[in-house]
Design a protein around this ligand. Structure first.
Ligand code: ACO
Length: 321
């Protein structure tokens, strides 16, 4: 018994922010952003609609796509690093909103690897025979963690959510890989609340995201091919048997560099980051949902999904659609 994805959904805010829009608030240009990252525009959440609202919309669409009722869900995991509240968790808010009265729900924090880690975690419960039906969500609104005066980060990110309904079936997840290196966490970080209490005499303050761009670039183009190669080797699968490599949508140049290193043509590495930027935990399920709804996936296709990001964390899953 394994875990099969039986439906997908996604949601993005209505507000489109183009590279030209950003050039009005920081010293940058459409040309710089496009040539360095491939990004043309991104969606930015409104004050009223944060991570939870996007996650709920994506979840509803995934359930509809899977023809599964909310009461059938046993578990909901939301991969996010930008939950609207410390508690309740975003997953519990989704559970309440959609009426998944029989599901346990919790968030999982693995930055841009969040969806892959959440999928692999739900799979572990299903494989162990504990649960049968799950909802896996990746959702982030990093726009609220960004310093909008820092041109080196603010041009890269966008807000979105993607979701997949999964069920215990004979075909589905074939193999998985996950890893972390906490000793290098400082290359991509976002401070939480500072210690503010009656002893320190300070108010808690929230930190912004910071990133050593070139270090993240090097980490991604080295670790992702290594992880995928291990995944294929351990599952005795040839890379020629994989229809699509669905990579975390951080930067077009990262995808291109992975394509060259692995000798995989770019038509097998789909991208949509030109329209959404880096949507962190949402990027893989957002792309998967677009591909699913565009009819690009057929039963039996082998796909690799690979995420990488803050932590540092990385993970990959080989599935049969
Ligand atoms: N517009 C114009 N100029 C800029 C901008 C901007 N938005 N940002 C930086 N610059 C300038 C810098 O100040 C620097 O100027 P200087 O030469 O006068 O000092 C120059 O451009 C080059 O800066 P670098 O940081 O060296 O630019 P680089 O070519 O490395 O590109 C980038 C930066 C796009 C961030 C790249 O390092 C990268 O793609 N890194 C991967 C990181 C990534 O994708 N992170 C996403 C989040 S992580 C994740 O999802 C896992």
């Amino acid at each position: 018994m394994t875990t099969r994805i039986i439906g997908t959904g996604s949601a993005v805010p209505n507000q489109i922010v183009t590279n030209d829009d950003l050039s009005k608030i920081v010293e940058t240009s459409d040309e710089w952003i496009r040539t360095r990252t491939g990004i043309r525009e991104r969606r930015i959440a409104s004050a009223q609609s944060g991570t939870t609202a996007l996650a709920i919309e994506a979840a509803r669409k995934a359930l509809e796509n899977a023809h599964v009722a909310p009461e059938e869900l046993d578990i909901i995991i939301l991969g996010t690093s930008s939950a609207d509240c410390c508690f309740p968790s975003g997953a519990c808010e989704v559970q309440g909103a959609i009426g998944a009265v029989n599901a346990v729900a919790f968030d999982l924090s693995a930055a841009c690897s969040g969806f892959v880690f959440a999928l692999n975690t739900v799979h572990s419960f299903i494989k162990a025979g504990i649960y049968k039906t799950g909802l896996v969500i990746g959702a982030d609104t990093l726009s609220k963690l960004i310093d909008w005066t820092d041109r080196s980060t603010c041009v890269l990110f966008g807000d979105a959510a993607g979701a997949a309904v999964v069920r215990a079936e004979e075909q589905g997840i074939i193999h998985l890989e996950m890893g972390a290196d906490g000793s290098r966490g400082n290359v991509l970080e976002c401070g939480g609340r500072t210690t503010g209490n009656f002893l320190t005499g300070q108010k808690p303050e929230l930190g912004y995201m910071s990133m050593e761009g070139q270090e993240v670039f090097k980490f991604a183009v080295k670790t992702v091919p290594e992880t995928i190669n291990r995944l294929l080797e351990e599952s005795q699968t040839s890379k020629d048997d994989i229809k699509y490599f669905i990579l975390h949508q951080a930067n077009y140049r990262i995808c291109e560099s992975i394509s060259k290193r692995m000798k995989i043509s770019m038509d097998r590495i789909p991208t949509n980051l030109e329209n959404y930027g880096n949507t962190s935990g949402a990027s893989i399920p957002l792309l998967l949902d677009e591909m699913n709804r565009a009819g690009m996936l057929s039963r039996g296709d082998k796909l690799v999904m690979a995420g990488f990001g803050g932590g540092l964390t990385w993970g990959a899953t080989l599935i049969e659609w």
